[in-house]
Design a protein around this ligand. Structure first.
Ligand SMILES: Nc1ncnc2c1ncn2[C@@H]1O[C@H](COP(=O)(O)OP(=O)(O)OP(=O)(O)O)[C@@H](O)[C@H]1O
Ligand SMILES: [Mg+2]
Length: 318
């Protein structure tokens, strides 16, 4: 069989249908009328695949899907030209409800925990994932998991992928990140808050964050991309410490900024960008994303426009 070069695999273990309800003057305890309704398939890995598709890069989404939403997810992804290799599960994939109060401009999120994954389903996924990964593939492990999935799942997946010679990018929080780094993914992308939690830092000052990244490097994680929201990002690689300055933009929604940034990293890796260019490109993706409504995926043109505005400097080590 002909093996496609550089397959990109994005893992979404707890996909969610994002249901956004627009309600004028949302009020608790009464019947509220919905003035606008939209559904978007979501989950961090899936969002990364959507952005990559906009950059003309094909990827395969995997993870768990079940119940009435399963078909919708697969049809929607396939209609966008994104390949799918999800493990079918017995329980229902979740819906995350977002209530947008159009009058008060207040946003309320109601997120479900997600379906129970049986031991057998988990085993099937691990086998399938092992079969999917090949040398030089790029694997994106991103987002949370439902409570029944073990907290060391990203460590397990990183180990499997790296044994096959794939390149692993991990974007997770809490225990998932703490356990995941034990198998040394090639890149991690915590935001400042996630890194503070991971290493119990005293503050999220630039100095502390760089010190923390250096510590992680000494434990075998080669590249650490720390996103700082409106303050830009830090990229600590074997070569240097790079800083991309934040750009003032008209912010429409910060949802998905991190996922777009991860897609930017994948694109940079595919194009063999130097670290400073990779950071500039990834930060351009994140910044372009915040100028768009909801989880709308940024286009390459929007990213290129941002790319011209972002400055990257090299920081001297103390
Ligand atoms: N308000 C903003 N203004 C300008 N750029 C932004 C803003 N928010 C985010 N960005 C850009 O997007 C990148 C990623 O954003 P952020 O640090 O918020 O990621 P995150 O916290 O992982 O987001 P997510 O909620 O998607 O997981 C930043 O490094 C920055 O380049
Ligand atoms: Mg994030």
């Amino acid at each position: 069989m002909l093996q496609k070069k550089n397959m990109i695999i994005t893992v979404t273990l707890n996909p969610a249908m994002d249901k956004t309800l627009a309600i004028d003057n949302f009020t608790l305890g009464i019947v509220n009328r919905v003035s606008n309704l939209r559904y978007d398939i979501g989950g961090k890995g899936i969002n990364v695949s959507k952005v990559l598709k906009n950059f003309n890069v094909n990827s395969t989404c995997t993870g768990f899907l079940g119940g009435i939403l399963e078909k919708t997810f697969i049809e929607e992804l396939n209609s966008r030209g994104i390949d799918t290799r999800f493990i079918h599960i017995k329980e229902n994939s979740r819906t995350n409800t977002k209530i947008v109060d159009t009058t008060k401009k207040v946003y309320t999120d109601i997120n479900e925990a997600g379906p129970e994954i049986s031991e057998n389903e988990l085993k099937m996924f691990l086998d399938e994932f092992g079969n999917m990964c090949n040398k030089d593939d790029i694997v994106v492990l991103a987002g949370g998991v439902s409570p029944s999935v073990p907290k060391d799942i990203y460590a397990q997946l990183t180990k499997i992928a790296k044994e096959k010679g794939a390149f692993v990018i991990l974007d997770a929080d809490g225990e998932l990140l703490k356990e995941g780094i034990k198998e040394k993914p090639d890149v991690i992308k915590p935001n400042n808050h996630e890194l503070v939690r991971l290493l119990n830092l005293e503050s999220d000052s630039e100095k502390e964050l760089i010190k923390a990244a250096k510590l992680l490097q000494s434990k075998g994680i080669a590249n650490i991309l720390i996103s700082l929201g409106e303050k830009g990002a830090l990229f600590i690689t074997g070569e240097n410490i790079y800083h991309s300055k934040g750009v003032k933009v008209d912010v429409k929604s910060t949802v998905g900024a991190g996922d777009s940034m991860v897609a930017g990293l994948v694109y940079s890796k595919l194009n063999n960008y130097e670290p400073s260019e990779a950071l500039k490109f990834a930060a351009s993706c994140g910044t372009a994303a915040v100028t768009l409504e909801g989880t709308k995926a940024c286009t390459l043109e929007q990213v290129q426009e941002m790319f011209r505005k972002i400055e990257v400097e090299i920081k001297e080590e103390d």
